[in-house]
Design a protein around this ligand. Structure first.
Ligand code: GLP
Length: 251
C-alpha cells in the first residue's frame, strides 16, 4: 500500500479533492464509492468549493455508498442517505438516478444486499472507492470478529461503533441503530482504485495495525494489503503510531 502523510486534514482533503475531480474530468462517467462519517466532510466540502469555482461535470457520475443503517424511516436525519444528500449529492446536483444506496428500510434485507451487488456490477464496478476507518479497524461496517463476509450483508454493530456514530443522533447512543447493511470485503477489494483516509490520533492504532500488522479479521482494514494499489492518506496524528519504515515524509 502506498502511504502519504499530510501536514493537516485540510491539506489532505484538498489533495484528494484534486484526485477525484481530475478523475471525473478525465472520465465523466466515473463510478465513485463513497463513505460517510466525520473524515470525508472536509473532502466533500473541498469538492463542492472547487466545483462552484470551476466547471466539473457531475451529471454522468455514478455513486455507491459503502453502508447504511437498518431500520430508519426514509429521510431520517441520522441515515447515511440523508448525510450524503445534504453534504454531497444536492450541492453537486447529483440526481437520485445517479445514486446507488442501500435501503436499510427494505423488508427483505438479503434481497436488498443482492440487489446492491448486482447494481454495482451493472454500473461496471467501482472506479474509485474512498474509505474511512473505524477506531476498531472496521471499513464500511465490516466489524472485527472471527470471520468477515465477502459480499454486501447485514451487520450487528459493535457498541464502540454505535458510540462513534452517536453524533449523527444528537449524541444519544440509544437512538443509534443496532444493525446496518454494508458492502463486504470482496465488494470493497474489487474497486479499481482504493483510497483510505484517516485523520486524528484516535485512528493511529488502527492505522498502524492496518499497515504493519498481519492480515486479520480482527482488524478488517488489514485486508486492504491484498489490494494491488490501495493508497492510504493520513494526517500527522493518524500517522503517529507508524514505524519509520512505513511512515513517509510529509507530502
Ligand atoms: C462509520 C462508517 C464508516 C466510517 C467510520 C469512521 O461507522 N460506517 O464507513 O469510515 O465509521 O467514521 P469517522 O470518519 O466519523 O471517524
Amino acid at each position: 500500500m502506498t502511504v502519504q502523510v499530510f501536514d493537516s486534514d485540510l491539506a489532505l482533503a484538498e489533495a484528494l479533492a484534486t484526485e477525484v475531480i481530475d478523475a471525473v474530468a478525465r472520465r465523466p462517467d466515473t463510478v465513485l464509492g463513497l463513505p460517510t462519517g466525520r473524515t470525508p466532510l472536509a473532502l466533500y466540502e473541498a469538492i463542492i468549493r472547487r466545483t462552484r469555482r470551476g466547471s466539473v461535470d457531475w451529471s454522468r457520475v455514478r455513486t455507491f455508498n459503502l453502508d447504511e443503517f437498518v431500520g430508519l424511516p426514509p429521510g431520517h436525519p441520522g441515515s447515511y442517505r440523508a448525510f450524503m444528500e445534504a453534504r454531497f449529492f444536492r450541492p453537486l446536483g447529483i440526481e437520485p438516478a445517479q445514486v446507488g444506496f442501500l435501503d436499510g428500510g427494505a423488508r427483505d434485507l438479503e434481497a436488498e444486499c443482492r440487489r446492491y451487488e448486482a447494481a454495482i456490477v451493472e454500473a461496471g464496478g467501482i472506479d474509485i472507492l474512498v474509505l474511512g476507518i473505524g477506531v476498531n479497524g472496521h471499513i464500511g461496517f465490516n466489524e472485527p470478529g472471527a470471520s468477515l463476509q465477502a459480499r454486501t450483508h447485514r451487520v450487528a454493530l459493535e457498541e464502540r461503533t454505535r458510540a462513534a456514530n452517536a453524533l449523527w443522533f444528537d449524541g444519544d447512543i440509544a437512538r443509534v441503530p443496532t444493525a446496518a447493511l454494508s458492502m463486504g470485503m470482496a465488494t470493497i477489494l474489487a474497486a479499481r482504485t482504493i483510497v483510505l483516509v484517516a485523520t486524528g490520533e484516535e485512528k493511529a492504532a488502527a492505522v498502524r495495525g492496518m499497515l504493519e500488522g498481519p492480515l486479520t479479521t480482527w482488524l478488517p482494514a488489514s485486508f486492504l494489503q491484498l489490494h494491488a494499489t490501495a493508497a492510504v492518506m493520513l494526517d500527522r496524528e493518524a500517522a503517529a503510531g507508524l514505524s519509520a519504515a512505513s511512515a513517509p515524509a510529509l507530502s
